[in-house]
Design a protein around this ligand. Structure first.
Ligand code: SF4
Ligand code: SF4
Length: 442
């Protein structure tokens, strides 16, 4: 199989980065890649997907990863695994003699090693320039579940299911495989239901996740649903208002610079300096516009506001607001920004995961969430969004009243960057618009 055929296959089968923003995988296939990385950092606390999937299904994941490497013509593939994921390390090590172009890189137990820019530096020593793409350094990164899905795509099976960790205030934390489009509430009920009365649903990791309505559907990128008490520390921080946070910055930011000192991107030489945006935004000081422009180089990892700041202030929130305002006014990040040297004391500025977990007040939720990779079935309806990836939304190709089979194409990839979407259950189409397709099970 050549690059063009693999690219077309991943697009047709609907393969996207199974987490984060859902970048279409075919668009990462580039024959300039000299090295490809398998990302098993799973650096956000509480998530339990990748380490277990790699531990129990290494043969299929590594086969797809090496096949992708071979088609790209990359000279090496590096499987990046956090040091504490012993089972995954053993499972991959046992296979390496079959794959001479692959090796393992053991990652430190710090946050955010899963950030592509950080991982590329840890694994290869290369620094992706601010605003640049990994491929400019000859690197492409794929996550564990994406390669698991790629294995089945290579056998003609489209993407219709998602692995999700259910944890927090639920009776039985677990990691399960479900059809795309089931509601978060159904997942939580499957895990025995909520154990507190007043709660919210949180998807994604505690550092970069979001509060979602209970009826929100599982998409191609839903890694987790955590039930948290409505008054939990993270919920209060998440809900705090930009105006209030700006006033707090003006009143309390002592310019200690801890936020910048611990910023993982700043430590790699990128020009993001959260302490400067705190001062500039809080004081409406527009004399030096670089503080505002440099917000484009923030990865939103949250270290500055949920770990570094001794005053409990919210640099990330201010940065996000500034970034959004710049974007909506048509400002784009400058090209060819200079990357400074990697900080000589970067090693000492890494954020240990156990300390982060304590700081986030989620230690009690750090429990096992055992994997059940058998598809959970029997859901009555699924609501499948027509956009579960970065890029153009898909166009529905089914209409109200159509009967569909599981795996059937229901929405075709849009123009440009986009991938197909397939039915996750067999049944009757009972709702279609440009945003959502609803299927009622047979
Ligand atoms: S760490 Fe907090 S107090 Fe210190 S400069 Fe940053 S925002 Fe201000
Ligand atoms: S969220 Fe804060 S720590 Fe993370 S990259 Fe942005 S400025 Fe740096």
């Amino acid at each position: 199989m050549d690059l063009k055929a693999l690219s077309a296959l991943y697009r047709e089968m609907g393969i996207v980065g199974a987490g984060g923003a859902g970048f279409p995988t075919y668009a990462k296939l580039n024959n300039k890649a000299e090295t490809i990385l398998l990302n098993c950092a799973e650096c956000e606390p509480l998530l339990r997907l990748h380490r277990q999937l790699l531990k129990f299904h290494a043969p299929v994941i590594i086969e797809a990863f090496d096949k992708t490497r071979e088609v790209l013509g990359a000279s090496e593939g590096i499987v990046c695994i956090k040091a504490s994921y012993k089972g995954a390390i053993e499972a991959v090590t046992a296979l390496l003699s079959k794959y001479p172009k692959l090796k393992i890189k053991i990652l430190p137990i710090v946050y955010p090693t899963g950030d592509e820019v950080v991982m590329i530096y840890e694994a290869t020593g290369k620094v992706v320039r601010p605003g640049g793409l990994p491929i400019e350094q000859g690197v492409a990164v794929f996550n564990v579940e994406t390669m698991y899905n790629a294995y089945y795509a290579l056998r003609g099976e489209p993407l219709t299911t998602k692995l999700v960790t259910i944890a927090g205030e639920v009776k039985t934390p677990m990691t399960v495989r479900v059809p795309i489009g089931v509601s978060l509430k159904e997942l939580v009920d499957f895990a025995g239901g909520e154990t507190v009365e007043d709660y919210i649903y949180w998807t994604g990791g505690p550092m970069m996740g979001n509060i979602e309505p209970t009826f929100a559907p599982v998409t191609k990128t839903t890694n987790s649903v955590f039930v948290l008490p409505a008054d939990h520390y993270l919920v209060r921080r998440f809900k705090s208002d930009y105006t209030v946070e700006t006033a707090r910055a003006a009143a309390s930011c002592c310019q200690c610079k801890m936020c910048t000192d611990l910023c993982p991107r700043n430590n790699l030489g990128h020009p993001i300096e959260p302490h400067k945006i705190m001062l500039a935004a809080a004081c409406n000081n527009f004399k030096d516009t670089s503080a505002f422009i440099n917000t484009f180089y923030c990865s939103s990892c949250g270290v500055c506001e949920l770990y570094a700041c001794p005053q409990g202030l919210s640099p990330r929130k201010l940065i996000q607001e500034v970034k959004n305002a710049l974007k909506s006014n048509g400002v784009t990040p400058p090209k060819d920004v200079e990357t400074k040297k990697v900080s000589a004391i970067r090693e000492y500025r890494k954020v240990p995961l156990d300390r982060l977990v304590s700081r986030l007040a989620v230690k009690k939720y750090q429990t096992d969430a055992p994997l059940n990779n058998q598809l959970i079935d029997g859901f009555k309806t699924v609501n499948i969004p027509t956009r579960m990836h970065i890029g153009a939304p898909c166009t529905p190709v089914v209409k109200f009243g159509d009967r569909v089979e599981k795996g059937q194409l229901i929405a075709k990839a849009g123009e440009g960057l986009s991938v197909n979407i397939h039915a996750s259950i067999a049944g009757l189409v009972i709702g279609v618009d440009d945003k959502l397709i609803t299927i009622k099970a047979d």
